[in-house]
Write a protein that binds this ligand. Structure first.
Ligand code: ATP
Length: 279
């Protein structure tokens, strides 16, 4: 593992609501978990810092409402942050806090440096485009114009994720949930991104289909060497995929470390409950 992280988050906070006197002053803050009972303000993410290293999978695990999706949305610029810094190890953006960039530059980063796989394929795919057309859409967004080249890349990626090529002209709406996720993964890989985000990508799939998708993600890590952040409420998924893991509760990181170490010796009582539920 290289020493410099490919992606670095410093002190990310994401709050919904402006806050009031009761919750705005850190020294007298009076919250129920991450919620202010006086004004309804919610801290979805509180002072989160993390580093993603080249080639690794970082898992983010936590119960519903712990702030995992908000973290992911901030990283992918789907949502504005309240405060914090985000750095990408990249010549073009070195040393720049990505959250302060213009909307146009953020779009550029999404198109050229990032891949995203959503829990719900409807968010990542155009259901009325063909499967190969979905990949072409992302390639065009990343500046590609050569049709033969796009076709070649599309076929190769669909083959990589085991979509039979005779079905490449079918719309993903005709596919099973597992196949839709595989097309989403192919699309997310098409701009050759150094960083891939996966948000609850196996939730709702049958167990055998889940296993196929998880195997595919591991294979992609091995073959492409992409750094990934994988969000899941399911520690079993994180155990299969992640080299390192952060555990979130009420918008905060309560534990982080090597996944094996967290599984063998969980320190926080919430993490202990998560781990024991796997036994
Ligand atoms: N648009 C919003 N407006 C107000 N509160 C929100 C909004 N989005 C999220 N929240 C709150 O922020 C907190 C974190 O939500 P978030 O969706 O990030 O959690 P999560 O861990 O991803 O949960 P889930 O897996 O159920 O989506 C929750 O208390 C949620 O109610």
């Amino acid at each position: 593992m290289l020493e410099e992280p490919i992606l670095s988050v410093k002190n990310l906070s994401k709050q919904f609501g402006d806050g009031c006197r009761r919750c705005s002053d850190p020294s007298t803050r009076d919250l129920i978990k991450n919620y202010c009972p006086s004004c309804g303000m919610v801290f979805a993410c509180r002072d989160i810092s993390l580093d993603l290293y080249p080639g690794e999978i970082l898992g983010v695990v936590g119960e519903s409402g712990s702030g995992k999706s908000s973290l992911m949305k901030c990283l992918y610029f789907d949502s504005d942050v309240t405060s914090g810094e985000l750095y990408l190890q990249d010549e073009e953006f070195y040393g720049q806090n990505l959250w302060t960039l213009s909307a146009q530059k953020k779009r550029y980063i999404r198109n050229h440096k990032y891949g995203m796989v959503y829990q719900n394929p409807v968010h990542g795919l155009k259901m009325d485009f063909t499967s190969i057309g979905n990949i072409a859409e992302k390639l065009i967004a990343a500046g590609n114009r050569n049709v033969d080249n796009m076709k070649m890349v599309g076929e190769k990626l669909l083959d990589t994720v085991h979509i039979p090529l005779f079905r490449m002209k079918e719309e993903p709406r005709n596919f099973s949930g597992g196949m839709q996720q595989r097309v989403q993964i192919a699309k997310a890989l098409s701009n050759n991104p150094p960083v891939l985000f996966l948000d609850e990508v196996t939730t709702g799939l049958d167990l055998s289909v889940q296993a196929d998708v998880l195997d595919l993600i591991k294979r992609i890590q091995r073959e492409f060497g992409i750094s990934m952040i994988v969000v899941s409420h399911d520690l079993a998924v994180i155990r299969m995929l992640a080299d390192r893991t952060i555990v979130m509760l009420n918008g905060e990181v309560i534990e982080n470390g090597l996944t094996d170490q967290i599984l063998e010796d969980p320190i926080h009582p919430y993490t202990q409950t998560l781990v024991y539920s796997l036994l």
